[in-house]
Design a binder for this molecule. Structure first.
Ligand SMILES: NC(=O)c1ccc[n+]([C@@H]2O[C@H](COP(=O)([O-])OP(=O)(O)OC[C@H]3O[C@@H](n4cnc5c(N)ncnc54)[C@H](OP(=O)(O)O)[C@@H]3O)[C@@H](O)[C@H]2O)c1
Length: 321
């Protein structure tokens, strides 16, 4: 079957590690099933995988991709929840120290078919297209958990989203707007700032800009490049929720500001199956839809990866078959 995969990772030049071609059919062990992938979305995670982050050589070759929507063996339209806990784990699967995402231990979703635990399949509502549904399991679920579970962002409060153009960031803007927050965003690109406002942000600023006032919550996925600004943007008692560090993971600490202003720095990773259920319901009931920059056939995976690596994307890139 056709797949986007990696045989040898490259920390300096991730695109050189990308291969698009034939891979063996997935194997579904006891309790798993095979999904015919109709759409699969790219995430920055796939670039980290090509670099070898979280993907040691002994797991290669590995099909990339955390996110898929498709048709299961019974003909039902499904969304694949990507967080795979160990079978004996009970409770919040994101807290299982041995959890993995599709493409980390088990073959990923950028393929014609993907195997997943039966318990990880979430029904796809008719009102969501396969392309839209394929954006939900990683970027959109991460944004949902950051906002509503980890930061407990209240309606009427102000949220700052750093790096507005990303998959997680665009989801944060749309979800926060739908939940009644005031939303501010930063982006390096003037065009992306304009698009963020068109998407529902109340205002957009250059990175590091002085804001009209301090905010209740900052949502971070950029990391080192925006960390200092994020801490300075918060009101006393405010919350910085972080799920990624695209520009580097060793920020200047800002420790004095954290304790003196009693800031909370909260980590967040992916989400549970229950949260994915609620996110899907929110999309249906409130007519919320993922922001898709482009959708293209799986065979064109390389051009999609090139755009993602160049940061030349606003929202999500989706591969279809
Ligand atoms: N913990 C989790 O479970 C989890 C889940 C999903 C994602 N993540 C992580 O979150 C990050 C974002 O993921 P994604 O899929 O949304 O990525 P993406 O779609 O590739 O977006 C990355 C965004 O980061 C901003 N950015 C990148 N480098 C920057 C820099 N040097 N300075 C300022 N902004 C920069 C860009 O914003 P502008 O171009 O608008 O400035 C860009 O839109 C990744 O590191 C990913 O691994 C973690």
């Amino acid at each position: 079957m056709l797949a986007a995969y990696v045989t040898r990772t490259n920390s300096d030049d991730p695109l050189s590690a990308l291969e698009v071609g034939e891979r063996p059919e997935p194997e579904a062990p006891e309790g798993w099933t095979t999904v015919q992938v109709r759409a699969a979305s790219l995430n920055h995670h796939d670039l980290w995988s090509l670099r070898g982050v979280g993907l040691p050589d002994d797991r290669l070759p590995m099909i990339l991709g955390c996110d898929a929507a498709g048709v299961d063996e019974d003909g039902a339209e499904v969304i694949v929840h990507s967080v795979i806990a160990t079978p004996e784990w009970r409770g919040d699967e994101t807290l299982d120290p041995k959890r993995t995402l599709l493409s980390e231990l088990h073959q990923g979703a950028l393929a014609e078919r993907v195997a997943a635990p039966r318990a990880n399949l979430v029904p796809k509502p008719d009102s969501l297209s396969f392309e839209e549904a394929a954006c939900l399991p990683t970027a959109w679920l991460t944004a949902y958990r950051m906002l509503f579970t980890r930061a407990a962002a209240a309606p009427g409060s102000t949220l700052l989203v750093q790096g507005a153009g990303g998959g997680v960031a665009t989801a944060l803007i749309v979800l926060a707007r739908a939940a009644g927050l005031r939303v501010w965003a930063t982006s390096r690109s003037e065009l992306k700032r304009e698009r963020a406002v068109a998407l529902g942000a109340d205002a957009a600023f250059e990175p590091g800009a002085r804001l009209p006032e301090r905010v209740d919550v900052v949502a971070e996925t950029v990391g080192a490049a925006t960390w200092d600004h994020s801490l300075k943007a918060l009101k006393p008692g405010g919350t910085l929720v972080i799920s990624g560090a695209t520009s580097g993971g060793d920020p200047p600490a800002g420790l004095n500001r954290i304790f003196f202003l009693q800031l909370s720095v909260v980590g967040s990773t992916m989400g549970t199956r229950d949260e994915l259920d609620r996110l899907v319901r929110l999309c249906v009931e409130r007519d919320v839809r993922p922001v898709i920059e482009a959708s293209m056939p799986m065979a064109d995976a390389r051009s999609a990866f090139e755009a993602l690596a160049a940061g030349d994307v606003f929202g999500k890139l989706v591969l279809t078959r």
